[in-house]
Every structure is written in C-alpha cells, then in structure tokens.
Design a protein around this ligand. Structure first.
Ligand SMILES: Nc1ncnc2c1ncn2[C@@H]1O[C@H](COP(=O)(O)OP(=O)(O)OP(=O)(O)O)[C@@H](O)[C@H]1O
Length: 291
C-alpha cells in the first residue's frame, strides 16, 4: 500500500535527492525541487540536461536509481511515485502527461480522442458486464458525464468546430491543444507537459499560453512543464527550475532565473572554467543597468 493520509499542504510534488544512472552515465545527480499546488512550474535546461529523464521518473516510465518522489493530493492522500507502476500513477495519483512527439489517435475524431481518454472510468461504471454496457445502472450516467467533460475541454481548447474531424487532419497547434485536452479528461491534479510549444508558430504559442493559464485557473490542476521556448516559460510560469548536466543550478521566479549568471552561462554553453568570468561580466552589466 503506497497511499497514506496526511495533512494537505501547499506542496503538490516533492522530488527529493533524485538520481538516475544509465550504465556509466549519471543522467540525474542528487536533484531536488518542489512544485506548489496551483502553480505552473517550468523545468528548463540545455539539451541533454536530464529534463525528460526527470519526467520519466515522475510518471513511472523509469524507476530512479535513488531518491523519493512524493505527490500530495488535495484530499490529503500521499503517494510515493517511485514505488508505483505507471498506470497507478495516472489512475490513482492523478498525474497525466503529454510527450515531445504528439501521440494522438490520428484516425479517430477529435471528440473520440477525448472519449477514449475516459475509457477506464466508463469500463468501471459498466461493472465490466454486458448489461452494464447496454446502459443499465451507473454506465448510462457516466457516459453522459464523459460526453459533457469532453465537450467542456473541446471548448476550452477551442476545438468545438473540429469535433468531428479526424485528429490527424488538425493543424499542428490544434493537435497539441487536443493532446492536452485529452490529458485533462483524466482529471489530473498534476499535468506534466513535455515541450508543449515545440514546433508552434508565435500565434499558436500565444493560444497555448492562454489555454495553459485557463487550466490553472479553472480546472484546479497544477502544471509541470519542460519547455525550450523562453517566451512561453517566462510568460506563464510561477516558478522555474534549471537543470544542467543532471544537477540543479537555479530555482526561483522567472525573473530571478532569467538574470542568474549561472543560467546564462549554461545556455551560452561556456566551459566550467569560464563560468566565473561570465558571472563577473553579467554582474557588471546588471550593475550598469541599475545605475
Ligand atoms: N534510456 C536511456 N538510456 C541511456 N541514456 C539515456 C536514456 N535516456 C536518457 N539518456 C541520457 O540521459 C541524458 C539526459 O537526457 P534527457 O533526454 O533526459 O535530457 P533532456 O534535458 O530532456 O534533453 P532535450 O532537451 O534534448 O530533450 C542524456 O545524456 C541522454 O542521452
């Protein structure tokens, strides 16, 4: 049994001394951070820093070499994610995710994609019997709820007009929003998005920003996102955590992180021995700005 009842607090996700080793490669090295309930938290860092590996540990795709990942639900239930198989992380701990590459059912319609996401809930309501499926008892009510929920997310994702079109026919930005809407149909407390703005044009990025803000505001779902597009990160995040070579190098508000010389150095790709020099240069420039 991995769920225990504790007092709910502000910390939704707590990653504690996480390490992940692939053979001789230490992809994540003693990494800790917290994501607060109701926040949009961004995990950023240069290519290969370990961001997706952290996501894979949180969502149960990888079992970490060391460390603890704790999820505190609103109800007070606490889950130790590193001990749960991935399907229980989705179903019981209520963590949903999207991937770097879009994974929709492209031959199904937009609406069908949102209904498929609720398959587990519907099957449970059917009692796994033919009578249940034929509409006796709880199933009929649940089927109605499923359609209402799908409709709600169609509207939020601005996809009502495309409800009956095959998902594969949608423009790229709309497919991204559909993927997020599909994840939302599972009723997550934590939504993990792996590069949601990848491949979007500036207009699609703006629509995505609005959509993510509305999820935080209206759905009571907290968001953890990996993103390279700084216009998205700086615009919508409450909290930014920066990884480099599997280790945390900064953790704070978007403004704090943006001006952190270590982060600037990491993104410029300077060698370790040059970091001090870059830090001195950035600090010098910042002093100049404040004068
Ligand atoms: N399954 C795996 N087996 C071996 N090495 C892996 C595996 N997954 C990731 N790695 C390695 O771990 C390191 C971190 O990779 P990861 O994909 O987590 O980085 P990232 O920050 O998400 O990169 P990007 O921004 O390019 O997506 C890399 O050196 C990568 O090659």
């Amino acid at each position: 049994m991995n769920a225990v009842t504790v007092t709910p607090d502000d910390v939704l996700l707590k990653v504690d001394h996480l390490s992940m080793k692939f053979g001789g490669l230490m992809a994540i090295n003693d990494f800790s951070f917290e994501a607060k309930r109701g926040d949009i938290t961004a995990l950023i860092g240069p290519n290969g820093a370990g961001k997706t590996t952290v996501f894979n540990c949180i969502t149960g795709f990888y079992k970490p070499t060391m460390g603890m990942i704790t999820l505190n639900q609103k109800s007070g239930k606490q889950f130790l994610l590193e001990r749960l198989p991935d399907f229980r992380i989705t179903r019981e701990a209520k963590v949903a995710r999207t991937f770097q590459n879009i994974r929709l059912f492209s031959g199904l319609t937009v609406l069908e994609n949102l209904l498929v996401a609720q398959h587990n809930k519907l099957m449970r309501a059917s009692g796994f019997t033919v009578l249940g499926l034929l509409g006796v008892g709880k199933y009929r009510a649940e089927a109605k709820n499923a359609i209402e929920l799908a409709r709600f997310w169609l509207e939020k994702a601005d996809l009502v007009d495309r409800a009956d079109d095959p998902a594969g026919d949608l423009p790229y930005g709309a497919q991204r929003r559909l993927e997020i809407a599909r994840a939302m149909c599972t009723g997550p407390e934590l939504l993990c998005l792996d590069e949601p703005a990848a491949g979007l044009n500036p207009r699609e990025s703006l629509v995505l920003n609005e959509f993510l803000r509305s999820i935080r505001k209206d759905a009571d779902t907290s968001i953890l996102l990996i993103e390279h597009d700084m216009s998205v990160v700086m615009e919508i995040s409450d909290h930014v955590v920066v990884l480099e070579y599997g280790q945390k190098i900064a953790d704070g508000t978007p403004d704090e992180v943006k001006n952190d010389p270590r982060v600037i150095a990491a993104y410029l790709g300077v060698e370790d021995e040059e970091v001090e020099e870059v830090i001195a240069e950035v600090e010098h420039l910042q002093e100049g700005e404040h004068r």
